[in-house]
Design a protein around this ligand. Structure first.
Ligand code: IVH
Length: 671
């Protein structure tokens, strides 16, 4: 019985945690299917052992049972996204593409609308009555939020007027007025609840309430901007006329619309709303420009992500003034020193920004940056935080000029300027703890060896306690050593060891990427593994050969060559090759003409290969590996300490090659 109670409690805790992420943070961390599965398990257990049911069990809460949870629904028409531009040039490209490619010599009307920063929803009306509402989801499947949508006052449950189609889809944005957002957050701070970071998140959170009464209290708003018909109905010829029709049926359409045929008018419309956006009671993040003719829209159609007949011409992100508190010089994985500015946090486009990269020394000089300066911050491309300038007139007396350090802030060795790449680097490599930490994390990261569970915090602790000195040490780690670290118990230790062991089995491109060689990202790693097919050839390549590889330039080739010129690196890579189980690159192998398409026997110990790796390489190259030497054996490959097989093969006059000769053969079979 104790076990059952324990299981029930554990399930409840899990479900409550997921509820919190889903409802409060609006950041679900498990799929609906998993959630339902857990809830079902709890139901079953509670049904069997009724005495354990408590009033606060998730099964007893209104809205948490399966019937009320949002069901997935398939969209009738995919809910795509919009192509974006941030400047007139981008817009003109869109316009020219339409004019040149598809429509010649005629004036084209565009319909410009405001781009509402809200949540996209689809509404289905049948015989004029609202029957289904769904979120965008992944564009193909959304969540059924009909009950919540029905609480939005401006969305008609029944359309009015004539010529209402049998079935109609309406697309639009649900949003929250800024004034309601501030009121809601004020109320939250009184109740000590978590705040929403912007009106959009507040609208999203409100739409996903399982209790529709809460949604109703949030006073959400709606504007429609699109429609889909299910039958060839008599419809108006333009998007604008259709919007008027929707309005006449009782649907809310934003009034700020411009029909224009030249980009100067369009630019005025854009500028007017960019200037006034702050005075609006709802967030807008640009304008949407659509071809007005529905016939031409149909003709242009869609690509996989967006319609070809529309574009979002987005406002450049808002700028905010704030105070610079500090500049830290961070040491990257490859020793590059990056200055990072930390300032008083500011909200820009709904996101709290506290820091921005200053990229390099010349950026600090360009800005003439001082600590305590008032700075202007924006998000370039509406995403990346950037300091655009310093308000020099507001410079305080206590402002301190920022100088780029001469020594590494972590290991104190002298920094060097790389004039070619215009970057300043600490060249201490793995003797610099910052680089070591980052490289080790990178080595086990998802796209490298993928040891999920061995995260930065464990890696940092292992380095700080000097349990791990180099990468090899990870593969000899014992649970006892992990258990000695703070906050790591027996179970987690076992899990971490398992994860490391599992990560040993990897592919050549992942392994090359994992090494963290300067300028070798996943794409270059793939190119190298395609070309060399197995790591040993890469280690022994020269700069000229590297440069000859398609897609690898001089600088990259030099970086790779420099990496393998350092004997420490060569030793490390060779040791890793032996410990790991690296599958060589596949697509070059296994052709019948391969010089290794033979019956082969292996004997002895090899310098750069584990036996398994060697076997795998050879098999991929078309070899048939057998354990015994016989008359059928065509080739014997021998390493050090070769034994009786070597003697037998020489008796039978079998061709024999050593490790070095083997590399030459492998190279041949790849070319
Ligand atoms: S038309 C195929 N018009 O912006 C999508 N979208 O960033 C056609 N949005 O997913 C959408 N205001 O949810 C259109 N006036 C407007 C809009 C608008 C906001 C949203 C929409 C879309 C997103 C793309």
């Amino acid at each position: 019985m104790k076990k059952i109670k324990y299981k029930i409690n554990k399930l409840r805790k899990k479900i409550l945690k997921y509820d919190y992420f889903y409802h409060t943070l609006d950041k679900p961390i498990i799929s609906d299917a998993e959630y339902d599965y857990l809830l079902n398990q709890l139901y079953d257990l509670e049904l069997k052992y009724k005495k354990f049911i408590t009033h606060n069990s998730p099964t007893q809460k209104v809205g948490s049972n399966l019937l009320n949870k949002f069901k997935k629904v398939a969209h009738f028409f995919p809910m795509l996204s919009l192509e974006n531009t941030f400047d007139l040039n981008g817009y003109l490209k869109f316009e020219n593409r339409i004019k040149k490619k598809y429509i010649v010599n005629s004036i084209i009307d565009f319909c410009c609308e405001l781009k509402i920063d809200g949540i996209a929803v689809s509404l289905i009306y049948e015989e004029g009555s609202l029957v289904r509402a769904a979120t965008r989801g992944d564009g193909y499947f959304g969540e059924n939020i009909t009950n919540n949508i029905k609480t939005i006052q401006s969305i008609p449950l029944q359309l009015q007027g004539s010529n209402i189609p049998k079935r109609l889809e309406i697309r639009g944005e649900v949003f929250m007025l800024k004034s309601d957002f501030f009121k809601l957050n004020n109320k939250f701070s009184i109740d000590r609840k978590k705040h929403f970071s912007n009106p959009r998140n507040a609208a999203a959170g409100s739409l996903r309430q399982t209790n529709s009464k809460i949604t109703a209290q949030r006073k959400l708003m709606f504007f429609c901007h699109g429609f889909n018909f299910f039958e060839e109905t008599q419809c108006f010829p333009t998007h604008y006329e259709m919007l008027i029709q929707l309005k006449n049926w009782g649907l809310p359409v934003n009034k700020d619309i411009l029909i224009c045929s030249n980009h100067l008018e369009l630019l005025n419309f854009y500028k007017k709303f960019e200037k006034n956006r702050k005075s609006f009671n709802f967030d807008i993040d640009g304008i949407v420009v659509k071809l007005n003719s529905l016939y031409l829209q149909k003709k242009l159609g869609f690509n996989s992500k967006s319609p070809r007949w529309a574009i979002a011409f987005k406002f450049s992100s808002k700028e905010e003034v704030t105070k610079l508190n500090n500049v830290k010089f961070e040491v990257g994985r490859t020793g590059v020193i990056t200055p990072v500015a930390y300032f008083n946090p500011v909200y820009i486009s709904g996101v709290l920004i506290k820091k921005a990269s200053l990229y390099n020394k010349s950026e600090i000089n360009r800005l003439n940056l001082h600590v305590n300066d008032y700075i202007v911050v924006k998000r370039s491309g509406d995403v990346i935080p950037k300091i655009t300038n310093v308000i020099q007139e507001k410079r305080l007396k206590n402002a301190k000029k920022i100088f780029f350090p001469i020594y590494c802030p972590v290991c104190n060795s002298e920094l060097l300027l790389n004039t070619e790449e215009k970057i300043i680097r600490c060249l201490s490599g793995l003797t610099c703890n910052a680089q070591k930490k980052k490289l080790f994390c990178h080595f086990f990261s998802k796209n490298a060896l993928d040891a999920s569970g061995l995260g930065p915090s464990v890696i940092y602790k292992l380095i700080e306690k000097k349990i791990i000195v180099n990468l090899i040490d990870f593969f000899y780690l014992e649970t006892e050593q992990l258990k000695n670290l703070s906050n790591i118990g027996e179970k987690q230790s076992i899990k971490i060891i398992k994860t490391i062991m599992k990560s040993k089995k990897t592919t050549m491109n992942r392994f090359i990427y994992a090494l963290g060689i300067v300028s070798v990202g996943e794409v270059i790693a793939q190119k190298l593994s395609n070309y060399f097919s197995f790591t040993h050839n890469l280690i022994n390549s020269n700069q000229r050969e590297l440069e000859s590889i398609n897609g690898i330039g001089k600088v990259v080739a030099k970086n790779i060559f420099s990496y393998f010129s350092i004997s420490e690196n060569r030793k490390l890579v060779k040791k890793l090759i032996k410990i790991l189980d690296i599958a060589p690159n596949h697509h070059k192998f296994a052709n019948k003409k391969s010089v290794l398409n033979k019956n082969i026997v292996i004997t002895g110990v090899f310098k750069d290969f584990s036996r398994n790796e060697l076997k795998e390489v050879l098999i991929k190259l078309g070899a048939r590996i057998t354990n015994k030497v016989s008359k059928k054996t065509e080739l014997l490959i021998f390493g050090e300490k070769a034994g009786s097989k070597f003697v037998e093969a020489s008796k039978l006059n079998v061709k024999m090659i050593n490790e070095e000769e083997l590399y030459i053969l492998i190279k041949k079979s790849n070319n």
